[in-house]
Design a protein around this ligand. Structure first.
Ligand code: ADP
Length: 364
C-alpha cells in the first residue's frame, strides 16, 4: 500500500488531472496501490468507468512527471475498470441485470437525441463496458434504422424478449415489435408509459453496466411519468445551441430535478459546421448556448458535437460514426463525452437517495 517511500509519488499524482474525471486519481480514491522498488514505480488504478481510449494518454502524462523524480527509471501503470450499480435517487428498485440506467432526453425533436444516444452507447461499449440500448422513442423509433439489420427479436419460453445484438450492444425497440403502419400516433400517455415499462421489464437484458434509454422527445407527461416509474440513475440532455431548443432543454432540466433524477450533463449537438472544402467554421444554430446554460443552471457541459455530414450519412447507413471508424475525430468526440458522462456518474454516491436527501436539506 502507501508508505513514506511512496508519499512523494502520491503528491505528484495528486497534481495530475484526469480529463474525464476532471479530478486527480488520488483525491478520487482511484489509486489502489503504489510500489517503488529500486528504480521501478508500479501504480495500480481502479476506475469506476470504462476508459480504454484514455489510458494511454494518462500513462504518458504520469510517466512524464514521475520520471522527473530522482531515482525513478521506469513507471508501470496497471489500470482496471469496474462499474458500480447505483441505488437510484427516486428509491425505485433497480433491475437485477442492469447496473445503471441513463436516459437520453431532449426538449424537442430533431436535435439529434437518437443519433447521440446510439453513438454514446456504442462509445461506452468500445471503451470497455457492457451496454444496452432501449429505444423508448415510441412515436418515432429510430434505433432499428440507426443500428441496421433486419432481424426480429425472439420471444423465449419464459415469455421474455431476447434483445438483439448490434455492433456489440444489446438493443430493444418498439420498432422491432410493431409494423410501420401500426405506429402508435394515437396512443395516449398512459398506454405509452405502460408499453415502455413492459418493454424495459420484459426484455432479457444480460448483465449490463449501462442501459441507455432513448426517451421520446419533449418534457411532457410521458417523460415525467417515465422518470417516476423507471429506475433512472441519471439523465443527459441533448440540445442544439439554438435559443428555442435551449428553452426546451431547460424545461427538461427542471423536470428531471423535480422528479429527483440527477442530470449528468448537457450535450450540445450541431454546435458548429466545418466546411469540408475550406475548413471555415460556422455556428449555424448560434454560439455558446450550451455553455451559458451550463453556467446558469450548474449542470455539466459534457461536450459539443459538430454538425457533420458524415454523422448523418453514417447514421442513415445503419453504421453509426463511432463504429464506422472508432479512431476518427468525430468518434473520439463521442467517446470522450461517453467517458466524461460515465466518470461523472462514478463519482456520485452509490446510494443516490443520500445525495437527494442532503440536497433537500440544503434547499429547505
Ligand atoms: P432526434 O432524436 O432528436 O429527433 P435524430 O437523432 O433523429 O434527432 O437526428 C435528426 C437528424 O439529424 C438525422 O437525420 C440525423 O442523422 C441528423 N443528425 C443528428 N446529429 C447530427 C450531427 N451532429 N451532424 C449532422 N447530422 C446530425
Amino acid at each position: 500500500m502507501f508508505n513514506k517511500n511512496t508519499e512523494v509519488i502520491q503528491s505528484v499524482l495528486s497534481t495530475i488531472i484526469d480529463p474525464d474525471l476532471g479530478k486527480d486519481w488520488i483525491s478520487t480514491g482511484c489509486v489502489q496501490n503504489i510500489e517503488w522498488t529500486l528504480g521501478k514505480v508500479t501504480i495500480s488504478v481502479l476506475l469506476g468507468y470504462p476508459a480504454a481510449g484514455a489510458v494511454e494518454a494518462m500513462k504518458q502524462a504520469i510517466s512524464l512527471k514521475l520520471m522527473q523524480l530522482p531515482g525513478v527509471k521506469r513507471v508501470i501503470l496497471n489500470v482496471e475498470s469496474k462499474v458500480h450499480a447505483h441505488q437510484v435517487a427516486t428509491g425505485l428498485p433497480g433491475l437485477p441485470q442492469v447496473k445503471n440506467i441513463i436516459a437520453i432526453a431532449s426538449g424537442k425533436g430533431g436535435v439529434g437525441k437518437s443519433t447521440t444516444a446510439v453513438n454514446l452507447a456504442l462509445a461506452l461499449h468500445i471503451e470497455g463496458a457492457q451496454v444496452g440500448i432501449l429505444d423508448a422513442d415510441i412515436y418515432g423509433p429510430s434505433q432499428p434504422l440507426l443500428l441496421g439489420g433486419a432481424a426480429k427479436p425472439t420471444i423465449r419460453a419464459d415469455k421474455k424478449i431476447e434483445p438483439l445484438i448490434r455492433h456489440g450492444v444489446q438493443v430493444m425497440s418498439i420498432g422491432y415489435l410493431i409494423d410501420g403502419e401500426d405506429t402508435p400516433v394515437v396512443w395516449r400517455g398512459p398506454m405509452v408509459t405502460s408499453a415502455l415499462q413492459q418493454l424495459l421489464n420484459d426484455t432479457a437484458w444480460h448483465e449490463l453496466d449501462y442501459l441507455i434509454i432513448d426517451l421520446p422527445p419533449g418534457t411532457g407527461d410521458i417523460q415525467l411519468t417515465l422518470s417516476q416509474k423507471i429506475p433512472v440513475t441519471g439523465a443527459v440532455i441533448v440540445t442544439t445551441p439554438q435559443d428555442m431548443a435551449l428553452l426546451d432543454a431547460k424545461k427538461g432540466l427542471a423536470m428531471f430535478r423535480k422528479v429527483s433524477v440527477p442530470v449528468l450533463g448537457l450535450i450540445e449537438n450541431m454546435s458548429v459546421h466545418v466546411c469540408k472544402h475550406c475548413g471555415h467554421e460556422e455556428h449555424i444554430f448560434g454560439e455558446g448556448g450550451g455553455e451559458r446554460m451550463s453556467a446558469e443552471y450548474h449542470v455539466n457541459l459534457l461536450g459539443s458535437l459538430p454538425l457533420d455530414m458524415r454523422i448523418r450519412a453514417e447514421s442513415d447507413q445503419g453504421i453509426p460514426s463511432v463504429v464506422r471508424d472508432p479512431q476518427s475525430q468525430v468518434a473520439q468526440m463521442y467517446r470522450k463525452i461517453a467517458r466524461k458522462m460515465a466518470a461523472g456518474l462514478s463519482l456520485q454516491p452509490r446510494d443516490l437517495r443520500l445525495k437527494q436527501a442532503s440536497l433537500q436539506i440544503k434547499t429547505q
